[in-house]
Write a protein that binds this ligand. Sequence first.
Ligand code: MOS
Length: 754
Amino acid sequence: MLEVTSLPAAPHMRYGSNSGQALTRRDGVLKVTGQARYAADNHPEGLLHAVTATSTISRGRVIRLDVEAAKAHPGVVEVITPASRPPLMADPDWKGHLFAFRTEALQNDQVRYANQPIALVVAETLESATEGAALLAPQYETEPARTGLDLERFAPEAVGVGSPPGAAVGDVEAALGASARRIEASFDTAAQYHNAMEPHGLVAAWDGDRLTIDMPNQAPVMAGAAFARYFGIPPENVLIRTPFVGGGFGSKAILNGPQILCILAARMLNRPVKLVLSRGQMYGPVGHRGQTRQTLRLGLADDGQLTALAHHAVAATSSFDEFIEPAAAVSELVYASPAISTSHEAVRNDIGTPGPMRAPGAASGSIALEVAIDEAAEACDMDPLEFRLKNYAEAEPISGKPYSSKALRECYAEAARSFGWSGRPLAPRQMRDEAGLLVGWGMGTAVFHCPMFAAEACAVLRSDGTGLVETCGIDMGQGAWTALAQIAADGLGLDIDQVEFRSGSSDLPDGGIAGGSGHTATAGMAIDMAGADAIAPLADIATADPASPLYGSGNAGVVAREGRLHRRDDETRSESYADILARAGVAQVEGTGRGGRDPAAAQDHALQAHGAVFAEVKVDPDLGQVRATRLVGAFAAGRIINPRLALSQLHGGMIWGVSFALHEAAVVDRRTGRVMNADLGEYHLPVNADVPSVEALLVPEQDPYVNELGIKGVGEIGITGSAGAVANAVWHATGIRVRRFPVRIEDLMMSAAA
Ligand code: MOS
């Protein structure tokens, strides 16, 4: 039974009555009744179906494709290969924006990873296209696959999507040398694939030089601009419709080769074309979480004070692009130490380029850091919570900046109390349940940064007293249709039911990137400002009109709420929006807003969300089988717009933490470089039975600096801390310190029974 408990709504802070409410998803009924139309549900007239033929080798060349056989197959309309592909206006290597990774769009006959598209077959039916692709019978000139991390390393110029590859404070080597105790440990994290429920797919249709695309995407306006560049048309000629996204996790932020091929086919054939990747084809061209090996070196004083912290990460990347998992960066954020260094190296593998995946860097880095911290606490005979409090960072460790807000102490206290942490024996292998299973408790600190991107919105107040707010926000399951509409209603001083909220289409103002846990803050700020900008002319009209009860109070002297402007100095004097507009004979007033962060705020403060996660696992002493039986996390992430949706995000993140520690790994055949478990049957994802109890608590936090709405974001933080908590609980249950994730039965079987 899934037992999920939640705190009631966070108290309302300075904003209106819509935010802070635990509203259910506005799109929920559409989704559960099958009415929500996802990209692949579109069947425009004249639709053709495309299927990519994909490579079964990971390095070499395609030397033969039986294009004639595929073309001769009934229903097949076209076969696009590197030899027949029409040119693009921009090279697929173009990297003009944040998520424009180098794509494989049939530039040449080279194969650089397994599952790379090597041809596109377009047919009247999906079956014909699938059969046609099978008839291509590719022959290869095969070179040995390069996989794993034991290969030549190089120092990247940047990690992630452009962060510095390292940072330092103090002299970490000297501090390590002088420390009373030292911990050194290496950790391996597996490659993971996003596995969103909705596969990557799109329907592309051209009308002259205008292009309409139905596809799930986390940054449609940016994607549209990129496609315009590839196809040599003005950005305003591209319309991307993305009303519902069945999970993104970062993988739908990046552009990919199959998308470009589908659009290309539609233009070549002058008919709409649909391309949907199969589950197996998603293991390659659409990103993944790169494999890492991380070395942590910790120096400790006798009293358990950290004196040095060095975190070095080696990450796998592709042979043709350079997304480097920024795993070590987390050590710049969490624990105080006079000397810290973080650094990254990379190794080229014959794999599709890794990319951002929910909590990029932080998820992989956090499990290593939290286990190393647990080892340090163990070495000092200290309780892991006491150890963390001893090394609590009062200011951001490397930068020294004060935090904009940091309720981590409260998170530790709340979650520890709810979990019952004080009853934990210090030594491992001390607890058994009634069935004789070993029981262990572990903890981890959660942290994630609070980026904001550029965004715009517009707002309208109509003479009937209703409002309209538009921004191209993205609901990928996190609840943006609801949370952003709540902010929109507050911005206009209306109830949510009186506001029409338009989103998910690239012809609307750019709502920015739905990523980095920053979408609510980013689009929310633009929406809030647009609302204020629409209220301003309304206030101008009312305060200048001698017939209005607001006359003479001045624009700053009125406040908007419940569809009325009120005098601040006497709230009983008010007038409805409809009456103000009717008397003035004005049909509507409009406003626009631009989101993004005041750079000064980012300069003066460290902006992080925090949390604490406690986990219980049970381990079968004979079989080594591990179950995560109970998780409690408390999170402080600034203002919570919708506690129901925020908790849903946190639960999802925590479950992914369990998955990271115990389940999820892409298994690569090192002979061929292919992922051997590229399907939902063998790629282990936790189901309800794997996560019997997950509790997330929201710790109230008011943040005056992160942005004017005080929003930090909750999309990714839940993984961090959770994975380490589970790994540490495994040690506490068994006394075995596993440093390769996910923890496998064989890691625990040999000595668990001892
Ligand atoms: Mo996220 S990995 O920024 O979608």
